[in-house]
Design a protein around this ligand. Structure first.
Ligand code: ADP
Ligand code: ADP
Length: 222
């Protein structure tokens, strides 16, 4: 099963992907995490991606699509994956459809976490992520049990460089148009489901699980 999580930066994709991963038992594949790991390992992909990420711009489609396809070809994704942060452009959405079709598969559900732009700056500016795995927290809206420490793995919480206020605005300005194109793509394929992302985290999780379940049942998959 392939589930795509859609939303602007800060909408709550990473937060909700962790919940869906537990429920569905398929891996959480986040292109942002893959790029950050590639940068840490100083691979050619990492070297290419870094300047774009530092500027809050999208990494070019070619390298992004190849990286995602390589990840989906790994054995742990044989039964599917929850995609977070991919596709982010219409070209990536088309490429994903073709890649899956060649394997007799498809995007079963595209779940949009819908959050108005004015809430996104607050969410991104207060975001802290753990050093070990990037688990997301928020200073006020979703604090860890112990200040500065990840609940799940005990590693230190840090601020991502691209969550600094100047970059946050550039990311939002530069990516919302592309998000609209991707949303239109899945509206056309019939896979799109929309959940109100302004609600507290548990209510958004419940909403996502409800639309996912209804969508899969209507396709005869449940
Ligand atoms: P957020 O969680 O704030 O939405 P991500 O961690 O998903 O951010 O992405 C961080 C950065 O990685 C993006 O600003 C972009 O530079 C790059 N990136 C991630 N996914 C993609 C993608 N599908 N296409 C192009 N660039 C991407
Ligand atoms: P994305 O992966 O879409 O960029 P994240 O899951 O990293 O978003 O969430 C962005 C920030 O907003 C984090 O600090 C997170 O703790 C917080 N957050 C996520 N969902 C909610 C919510 N429903 N209400 C309040 N804060 C949220």
């Amino acid at each position: 099963m392939i589930v795509v999580l859609l939303g602007a930066p800060g909408a709550g994709k990473g937060t909700q992907a962790a919940v869906l991963r537990e429920r569905l038992g398929i891996p959480h594949v986040a292109t942002g995490d893959l790029f950050r790991a590639a940068i840490r390992a100083a691979t050619p992909v990492g070297l290419e991606a870094k300047a774009y990420m530092d500027a809050g711009e999208l990494v070019p489609d070619g390298v992004t699509i190849r990286m995602l396809e390589d990840r989906l070809a790994l054995p742990d994704a044989a039964a599917g994956a929850i995609l977070d942060g991919f596709p982010r452009t219409a070209i990536q959405a088309e490429a994903l459809d073709q890649f899956l079709e060649a394997r007799g598969s498809r995007v079963d559900a595209a779940l949009l976490i819908d959050v108005p732009a004015d809430l996104l700056v607050e969410r991104l500016s207060g975001r802290r992520v753990c050093q070990a795995s990037g688990h997301p927290y928020h200073l006020e809206l979703n604090p860890p049990r112990v200040t500065g420490v990840c609940d799940l793995d005990g590693s230190a919480l840090v601020q991502r460089a691209d969550d600094a206020p100047a970059t946050v605005r550039a990311r939002l300005a530069g990516t919302l148009g592309d998000l609209n194109d991707v949303v239109a793509h899945y509206r056309a394929t019939g896979a799109l489901r929309v959940v109100d992302g302004r609600q507290p985290i548990p209510a958004v999780s419940a909403g996502l699980l409800a639309v996912l379940d209804a969508g899969l049942r209507s396709m005869g998959l449940r």
